[in-house]
Design a protein. Structure first.
Length: 384
């Protein structure tokens, strides 16, 4: 059992900062993900938590204990590495038993605990199999058994599914979450795959270039990304630049192409529409949240540049020429099975739309004229 706290954690390699003052707390028993693109510092953070490398500045606490400079072998963490790093010349049993042998656990107890760990990951019976004779998914589960057999306080998983095919990835992902819940241990999971993070995490920190750009529950990050970076990382979101104006008492987003989206709330309460609340931002506790300027903006003055984000599932194809719709032409159509993804060219603005494949307009083809309904109440206005 462990709560993990990072305080202004920083890491430089040859004077280049790759982790830039990360502050966050992972609760005891929580499944916490670090999500971000390649090179943003995820593995570096995990290695500092594990104790394989030490920070340039800042601290790591396990519960109330400062472990910043405690070496890895004295931290009781189980780690599954990005390339799973099994010993290829050893059997499954020997791989899983390794951590117990280095801890001088007696032979009978070792056999017992290895059997239980292999049972947990569904590999009972494969004890004597040499590692090279396992499939990728089985090797992945050996790595997992090896990490949990020591009964760690903390399970660290570095892209543990990256070498598996799509179906096995989903299965193993769910098994990892089940296992973590069953064991009741804290887990920190590193991935660059937003779907994976959304599916398994209690909370997610979205990282960019060594900084945390948003920290929240999966549904909150998906529905209310705090900035363009997070929005663009959450799938194929529409993201348009424009300004906010007021028209007949309503706040309207205007794109340079002429596209206008009336947001649902009356003017003067723009923040209730979709501006991210300061609490949703990932700013570390020591940074004060920036003032929400547009919430107090005068009705008449157009605010500065803002960005409208809209999930493609929220946009809808329609034939009705009514308020809230815009005319366009299908430019691409991608059939995905249950859904169809469209790109609609609406006179200078490109709109991504995901339709249910059974929907009445899902058969529209490139070149067809169509209208798109843009629900203003589901638009998210971002300031950076
Ligand atoms: N030992 C090192 N010496 C110098 N630079 C390093 C070292 N380890 C990592 N880096 C650099 O630090 C940055 C962050 O690396 P890190 O491995 O933490 O990224 P990551 O988010 O895990 O990426 P990926 O998703 O590709 O695994 C990268 O630019 C990387 O080249
Ligand atoms: Mg990495």
């Amino acid at each position: 059992m462990a709560q993990v706290t990072l305080n202004r954690l920083t890491k430089h390699f040859d004077d280049t900062p790759v982790v830039k003052g990360i502050s966050l707390t992972v609760a005891d028993g929580e499944f916490f993900s670090l999500l971000g693109p390649s090179g943003c510092g995820k593995t570096t953070i995990l290695r500092m938590i594990a104790g394989f490398i030490f920070p340039t500045s800042g601290t790591v606490l396990f519960d109330d204990q400062d472990v910043t400079h405690v070496p890895a072998n004295r931290r009781n963490t189980g780690m599954v590495f990005q390339n799973y790093a099994l010993f290829p010349h050893m059997t499954v049993f020997e791989n899983v038993a390794f951590g117990l042998r280095t801890r001088k656990v007696a032979a009978a107890e070792t056999a017992d605990r290895v059997a239980r760990a292999l049972d947990l990951v569904g590999l009972a019976g494969l004890e004597q199999r040499p590692v090279p004779q396992l499939s990728g998914g089985q090797q992945q589960r050996v790595a997992l058994a090896r990490a949990v057999v020591i009964e760690p306080d903390l399970l660290l998983l570095d892209e543990p599914l990256s070498n598996l095919d799509a179906k096995l990835r989903e299965e193993t992902r769910d098994q990892i979450r089940e296992l973590q819940t069953k064991l009741g241990i804290t887990a920190i999971y590193v991935t660059h795959d937003q779907e994976e993070a959304l599916a398994v995490s209690d909370r997610i920190a979205v990282m960019e270039e060594g900084e945390c750009r948003q920290l929240d529950r999966p549904d909150a990050i998906y529905r209310r990304p705090a900035n363009r970076f997070v929005a663009s990382f959450m799938g194929n979101m529409n993201l348009w630049e424009g300004v906010l104006t007021t028209d007949g008492g309503r706040t309207v987003f205007r794109h340079a192409s002429g596209l206008a989206v009336a947001l649902s709330a009356p003017a003067g309460t723009a923040s209730s529409v979709s501006l991210p609340a300061p609490a949703d931002k990932s700013a570390p506790a020591d940074e004060s949240a920036p003032a929400d300027e547009s919430a107090s903006a005068e009705d008449s003055a157009p605010a500065g540049t803002v960005y409208l984000a809209l999930h493609p599932q929220a946009a809808r194809l329609t034939d009705e020429d009514t308020e809230g719709t815009v005319a366009g032409v299908v430019s691409t159509r991608r059939f995905k099975g249950a859904t169809v993804e469209f790109t609609i060219d609406a006179g200078g603005v490109s709109i991504q739309v995901v339709e249910n494949a059974e929907g009445p307009l899902a058969g529209r083809q490139p070149g067809d004229a169509v209208r798109v309904r843009i629900p203003g109440d589901q638009a998210i206005i971002l300031e950076d």
